[in-house]
Design a protein around this ligand. Structure first.
Ligand code: FRU
Length: 543
């Protein structure tokens, strides 16, 4: 980030310029990570000729930009190449990409592309299959709402299966297809998943997770009693990524979620802030499932045109099922820690009511901070009945500066010296009818003196153990993004902010407690983060 580009990030994935949205076809192939992404090469806004940008990496942090991998070329994708996924065929070790084409009639169809040359380490060139399109809108699906094929999985019968997002009126669906050869696909007349009054299901992602609390990822095709399944749907109307834990009834060809979508704050989300159209993949090097998500801007289109770019990807996260079996856990990949530079450590610091302690000595505009808070006796907490409460609303009412009993306590990120600007990421603990709950908020309302920004406060409520003694918070701060992980990754909130004062050296970081009860910073570790090497092939030293 420079003075002219104060909001450009230093270690988040971005193209050199112009518009980016969904992550596409992430995969790990012969020692190389690939990230494709929805890209408008012509402008910093979405457009009518979207292509697949392509970058490669050896560590998921430093990236080499290559030429676009997939661009409109035939009648089946002439009006754009939209989102899709990669599948690596075992045995043959061949990657296949299924993506959505906007065809010459502006209908949405699914197409197949394969690498031209498997011995090119970076798989720079992709060839479209002669039988494209390989899927066209089936009956009961709107021709312009049929998109985003998932990574395929192989059933016990050897057949490949994928789901495609769709809509019919108000009904959202994930449509199941089967194939023996990846080219000829047969639609299943019954939807794999459907939801009423939701509108279109975008970017379905379907994968198994271990039920024993292991952080290991599971290969997408694995089916046995040691796993359960996750279906993620991006609901366009909500602009959020919701996930469902449930049973995969492979014989019936459908997915039965434990809990249905309600459209309320009780639905589970990957992230309670800005995060959409995410996609996961299983990686064999470290046996992990890795999740990428698109983070949209919160400034105006006019601002984006001025900046010359729009859209970020999150730091890739490892994802697994919590030992409770009730929710997923996400944690930034350990590779990001290689960027940690100067380190500041604070231990056993008592934060009385109204304290603000500056974490000085690091670059607060570009930092990784982990803090463990020691809680007072939980019985002292105020009462809250979380039923019917919208945590987002609660976060905007119970803003950071307002005192409670236990909390608000947390971090003030990207803060100006006078605190006129700050992004508050914090917790409040409440006594609830059936135990205790923790409210986590990311409050952007005071993040900038600038106007015309979306400063919605984000929040979520988490059940906590009545014997809980500590709670952790980690935030990855990178100029215009704050990605926060509460309670070891059980709640994630990503915020986009555009400070006018708290830029570069004028940004500060504080740990605070405005609750009437003291909390103790049991341990705080903060690091200045180095810049990741992200650039065009040939222009960077990273190879
Ligand atoms: C999600 C989405 C997808 C579509 C793509 C177009 O953000 O709308 O459904 O394939 O973006 O860029």
């Amino acid at each position: 980030a420079t003075a002219k580009q104060p909001y450009r990030t230093s270690y988040h994935f971005q193209p050199q310029e112009n518009w980016m949205n969904d992550p596409n076809g992430p995969m790990y192939y012969k020692g190389v990570y690939h990230l494709f992404y929805q890209h408008n090469p012509e402008a910093a806004t979405f457009g009518d000729r979207i292509v697949w940008g392509h970058s490669v990496s050896y560590d998921l942090i430093n990236w080499i930009h290559l030429n676009n991998a997939i661009e409109p070329s035939g009648p089946y994708d002439i009006n754009s190449c939209w989102s899709g996924s990669a599948t690596i065929i075992p045995g043959k070790e061949e990657p296949m990409i299924l993506y959505t084409g906007i065809d010459d009639k502006k209908h949405q169809v699914q197409n197949l592309a394969v690498p031209r040359n498997l011995s090119d380490t970076f798989l720079r060139e992709w060839v479209k299959h002669s039988q494209n399109p390989v899927m066209t809108p089936p009956s009961g699906v709107e021709v312009d709402n049929f998109r985003d094929p998932s990574t395929a999985w192989q059933g016990k019968d050897g057949k490949w299966r994928v789901v495609v997002g769709a809509q019919n009126g108000d009904e959202g669906k994930a449509i199941l297809y089967q194939s023996e050869d990846f080219v000829n696909w047969k639609v299943d007349p019954n939807p794999f998943y459907a939801s009423q009054n939701t509108g279109v299901c975008e970017c379905p992602d379907f994968f198994p997770v271990y039920i024993n609390g292991s952080t290991n990822g599971v290969e997408t095709s694995l089916q046995n009693p040691s796993v359960r399944h996750v279906l993620k749907i991006s609901y366009l109307r909500k602009q959020h990524d919701y996930y469902f834990l449930g049973n995969y009834a492979s014989d019936q060809g459908n997915f039965i979620p434990d809990v249905r979508f309600t459209g309320t704050s009780s639905d589970l989300r990957y992230d309670y802030g800005k995060f959409y159209a995410s996609k996961s993949f299983f990686e064999t090097a470290k046996n992990r499932r890795i999740l990428w998500g698109w983070v949209n801007e919160s400034d105006s289109t006019q601002d984006d045109i001025q900046k010359g770019w729009a859209g970020l990807q999150t730091i890739p996260r490892q994802v697994w099922l919590d030992k409770s079996g009730k929710r997923l856990v996400q944690w930034p990949l350990e590779e990001v820690e290689q960027l940690r530079g100067k380190h500041i450590r604070i231990t056993r610091e008592n934060l009385e009511h109204g304290s603000n302690l500056e974490v000085s000595g690091i670059t607060a505009s570009q930092a990784d901070v982990e803090v463990l808070f020691e809680l007072p006796e939980l019985e002292k907490a105020e009462f809250l009945d979380p039923n019917g409460v919208d945590p987002q609303l609660l976060c905007s009412q119970e803003y950071a500066a307002r005192s409670g009993t236990i909390g608000p306590f947390g971090l003030l990120a990207l803060a100006s010296k006078d605190l006129k600007e700050h992004t508050a990421v914090f917790f409040r603990i409440y006594r609830a009818p059936n135990g205790y709950v923790c409210l986590m908020c990311s409050d952007q309302s005071r993040s900038s003196l600038r106007h015309d920004l979306d400063k919605t406060t984000y929040g979520s409520i988490l059940d906590i153990d009545p014997n809980l003694k500590t709670i952790s918070l980690r935030s990855l701060i990178d100029h215009s993004i704050v990605e926060s992980f509460g309670d070891e990754g059980r709640v994630c909130i990503t915020s986009r902010v555009y400070p006018s004062l708290a830029i570069d050296k004028d940004a500060h970081l504080y740990v605070f407690n405005y609750g009437s009860q003291s909390v103790v910073v049991s341990e705080l570790n903060a690091w200045s983060m180095k810049q990741a090497e992200i650039g065009y092939e040939g222009n960077i030293s990273y190879t």
